[in-house]
Design a protein around this ligand. Sequence first.
Ligand SMILES: *[C@@H]1O[C@H](CO)[C@@H](O)[C@H](O)[C@H]1NC(C)=O
Ligand SMILES: *[C@@H]1O[C@H](CO)[C@@H](O)[C@H](O)[C@H]1NC(C)=O
Ligand SMILES: *[C@@H]1O[C@H](CO)[C@@H](O)[C@H](O)[C@H]1NC(C)=O
Ligand SMILES: *[C@@H]1O[C@H](CO)[C@@H](O)[C@H](O)[C@H]1NC(C)=O
Ligand SMILES: *[C@@H]1O[C@H](CO)[C@@H](O)[C@H](O)[C@H]1NC(C)=O
Ligand SMILES: *[C@@H]1O[C@H](CO)[C@@H](O)[C@H](O)[C@H]1NC(C)=O
Length: 268
Amino acid sequence: MGFVILLLLTFTTLPLSSSDPNDEACLTQLSQTLKDPLNNLQNWTKSTFANPCSGFTSYLPGATCNNGRIYKLSLTNLSLQGSISPFLSNCTNLQSLDLSSNSISGPIPQDLQYLVNLAVLNLSSNRLEGEIPQQLALCAYLNVIDLHDNLLTGQIPQELGLLARLSAFDVSNNKLSGPIPASLGNRSGNLPRFNATSFGGNKDLYGYPLPPMKSKGLSVLAIVGIGLGSGLASLVISFTGVCIWLKITEEKMAAAEEGKIGQFMPDY
Ligand SMILES: *[C@@H]1O[C@H](CO)[C@@H](O)[C@H](O)[C@H]1NC(C)=O
Ligand SMILES: *[C@@H]1O[C@H](CO)[C@@H](O)[C@H](O)[C@H]1NC(C)=O
Ligand SMILES: *[C@@H]1O[C@H](CO)[C@@H](O)[C@H](O)[C@H]1NC(C)=O
Ligand SMILES: *[C@@H]1O[C@H](CO)[C@@H](O)[C@H](O)[C@H]1NC(C)=O
Ligand SMILES: *[C@@H]1O[C@H](CO)[C@@H](O)[C@H](O)[C@H]1NC(C)=O
Ligand SMILES: *[C@@H]1O[C@H](CO)[C@@H](O)[C@H](O)[C@H]1NC(C)=O
């Protein structure tokens, strides 16, 4: 923490248009772990990473600069694959990270916790795996956490409920499990509240504000119902069958008996 603050102090005192070794490390590493099969990332080359900004102008499509530092990265719907480099945390002035609607896999790096200015984190509609890092709770300015439509597992860290500025939170359509922390599902005071839309589409996630009867419970009930019902039906059918068979045999025997009796009956 102290190290990051020291870095920030060091670089805020540097002249505006000089290259920043942290941003350069961040962009270089990110371009190595992300795969760009359609070659959508024009100008994402070593020479640009060394000097991605000139004051407020960015030479990198998808990047926005502020005072010579990258402060926004928006690479959405570009068919990107690969994974998110933990060294993304070297872009220490980053306020907005939007990598939504790609095919990025692998984990959400815990190191994103060092992005102390981060306000927007949108990683929705990718193939991200693993758990949601609880360390994201250290990014105190986070307004938006959108992780919907991924393959995330484990529980939702209750620490994220500590983020007082959080106004958008969406983890729907993942593989999350366990209880929804009350710090997110039932926020107190005048903190923005999140409804069932934020949590739906996770098979093993439960608790308020999701509806009390899980779909899994319902289907189990339905299966039991169908089983009992068809069991009962087949019982009734076979019982009726046996009854009919018995009745027919009885009648046949009665008829046979009558015939026999008839045989032995003397003619009058
Ligand atoms: C980038 O981040 C790593 C790990 O957080 C750190 O070791 C390194 O000093 C940072 N800066 C550069 C320029 O690599
Ligand atoms: C690519 O970067 C160079 C500087 O490295 C810049 O002159 C050029 O305008 C950039 N191209 C685009 C499309 O941003
Ligand atoms: C995503 O990109 C594809 C092709 O590049 C385009 O057809 C589609 O409209 C884009 N979707 C959005 C939501 O921008
Ligand atoms: C995140 O990105 C997706 C797709 O680009 C967009 O539809 C969604 O509104 C964004 N989330 C937030 C909270 O802005
Ligand atoms: C939500 O929290 C309030 C107290 O802040 C509590 O009275 C209420 O029972 C909680 N609701 C649920 C569904 O847990
Ligand atoms: C849930 O909240 C969102 C805004 O955050 C709203 O658009 C949506 O209609 C709400 N859904 C329900 C079922 O209340």
